[in-house]
Write a protein that binds this ligand. Structure first.
Ligand code: SF4
Length: 242
């Protein structure tokens, strides 16, 4: 079976198990961008606390963050960890937006929507900002901009690796391209949005650092060899002896 066929089979099984996901848990484009920065190296719960602080202070907007002094922003985003670094990076993003797109997210995403080359141009601009790696850039493009790029995260990598589709160490761009070539449809942005959310769902419920394969919708796709390898992991051994 080809990799593309494997990915389609996984997609069907996850859709059947979890249904429509309707991500991302944010109300505005700016909140998505904020979340994409704040979620680095922390849990979503901590991001929510930082976002809650900004909301209570009436600063949960582009203008709000723009108008805050760096030290004030640091204080508000403190619950998300690495708060000095994150506050500085958020400020840098706002400076970039102001300088390059007159402070307008609509203008930034609007230009990127005109062609694939323009979208990749914006992706490159984001990647050049301090603290923006491919996952953050693609989360911004997909979830804030509604642009057709697939977000590759640790959950996705684990599933692909454990099912022998691509090794965990595969380059980010290779994984992204494989998904984008496999799921070209009429509405790729919506497909990528749903698909990424489905991988997060299976990752959170079954395929975390330790695989909990019992009851997982993807368990039937494991080969006997893969099952044996996963069964010998510490968590599975612990379950069996419990
Ligand atoms: S938990 Fe097991 S069956 Fe489920 S995706 Fe991970 S490796 Fe596959």
């Amino acid at each position: 079976m080809t990799r593309k066929a494997q990915l389609r089979r996984v997609q069907r099984a996850l859709e059947q198990a979890y249904g429509r996901q309707r991500w991302w848990p944010a109300r505005t484009q700016f909140e998505v961008i904020l979340g994409a920065y704040l979620t680095q190296n922390t849990s979503w719960k901590n991001v929510e606390r930082a976002v809650g602080n900004l909301r209570s202070a009436g600063k949960l907007s582009l203008g709000g963050v723009r108008g805050l002094r760096l030290q004030e922003l640091e204080k508000l985003v403190r619950p998300s960890g690495y708060f000095r670094q994150k506050a500085a990076r958020l400020k840098r993003f706002v400076e970039f937006l102001d300088a390059r797109y007159d402070g307008s997210l609509t203008r930034m995403f609007g230009r990127a929507r005109t062609s694939h080359a323009a979208m990749m141009g914006l992706r490159q601009e984001l990647l050049e900002l301090n603290g923006v790696g491919p996952e953050t850039a693609d989360s911004i493009l997909l979830y804030a901009g509604g642009l057709p790029v697939f977000v590759v995260d640790a959950y996705t990598r684990r599933v692909l690796d454990r099912h022998g589709i691509l090794p965990y160490s595969a380059p980010y761009e290779a994984v992204r391209r494989l998904f984008e070539q496999t799921f070209r449809g009429r509405n790729p942005a919506q497909t990528f949005n749903e698909l990424h959310a489905l991988y997060v769902s299976v990752g959170k419920t079954h395929c975390g650092r330790q695989a909990e394969c019992d009851g997982c919708p993807l368990q039937p796709f494991l080969s006997p060899k893969q099952r044996a390898r996963l069964a010998s992991t510490p968590s599975a051994a612990k379950r069996q002896s419990a």
